[in-house]
Design a protein around this ligand. Structure first.
Ligand SMILES: C[S@@+](CC[C@H](N)C(=O)[O-])C[C@H]1O[C@@H](n2cnc3c(N)ncnc32)[C@H](O)[C@@H]1O
Length: 231
């Protein structure tokens, strides 16, 4: 199936509310566990000096989980949509885990405009994460240039995203399954996201062709991809 890009930022209020109200916690917890297992295998432990950055953080689902899992680190969620950042700040303010989220901050910025000399990024980034972001980015170069410019040789990258279905029929089947659980706005967004997603081959080829061989891609189940490693 040909890729059909979608708008990068999720800026409409209804779209933000629909996304925020959905429960994606199973996949989110899996991602945190995968990162934790990777750290365990590599004998990495995070502490006070470490900064975790969540790119395209949306309403903060992953950022909050990162902040709770690694309470001694600083966690920074970044999203280019003001509505999403407002929602993330709101979610933090009403969280029952509020006391555990003191290490979490948000900034509103397009990932293409983040400067590694931003005062909030004074520390080197130890963990650079994104979930469901890559497919929003129109050109893959923009995504990889961003992670390259934000990473140092100690930065572990972990980026999970949807995998583009093989054909329109499969995309429509997934859309149909989604519609049984979620409202029309979220279902249409999900379908647009499936069509905008990249394939394993596209990501792998980009990595090979652009001197990023310390990164790797693996397929998680039938519908997800994870780009991980160092840049
Ligand atoms: C599908 S949501 C995922 C949110 C969150 N990561 C999660 O897992 O719940 C994608 C988010 O990426 C943000 N985004 C897309 N393109 C972006 C860009 N170029 N710069 C910053 N944020 C971007 C959107 O505004 C949206 O909030």
């Amino acid at each position: 199936m040909e890729r059909v890009p979608e708008p990068e930022l999720m800026e409409e209020k209804e779209q933000v509310i629909s996304y925020d109200e959905a429960d994606f916690s199973e996949g989110e917890v899996n991602l945190i566990n995968q990162i934790n297992q990777y750290f365990f295998k590599k004998n990495i432990s995070l502490g006070e000096k470490d900064l975790i950055v969540d790119l395209g953080c949306g309403p903060g689902n992953i950022s909050e989980k990162l902040a709770i899992k690694w309470p001694n680190t600083q966690v920074l969620g970044i999203d280019g949509s003001k509505e999403m950042i407002l929602r993330a700040e709101f979610n933090k303010s009403i969280s029952t885990n509020q006391k555990k989220l003191k290490n979490l901050r948000y900034i509103c910025s397009d990932i293409k405009d983040i400067k590694s000399n931003n005062f909030l990024l004074k520390q080197r980034i130890s963990l650079l994460v994104s979930n469901s972001l890559i497919h929003h980015i129109t050109n893959l170069e923009d995504f990889f240039n961003t992670i390259r410019s934000l990473s140092s040789n100690v930065t572990v990258n972990f980026h999970k995203d949807l995998k583009r279905p093989l054909d329109e029929k499969s995309a429509l089947e997934l859309k149909e399954q989604c519609s049984k659980k979620y409202n029309e706005i979220l279902t249409n967004d999900y379908y647009a996201s499936l069509r905008a997603s990249y394939t394993f081959k596209e990501l792998k080829n980009f990595i090979l062709e652009n001197d990023l061989s310390s990164l790797d891609v693996f397929e998680e189940g039938e519908n997800y991809l994870i780009v991980y490693g160092n840049v």
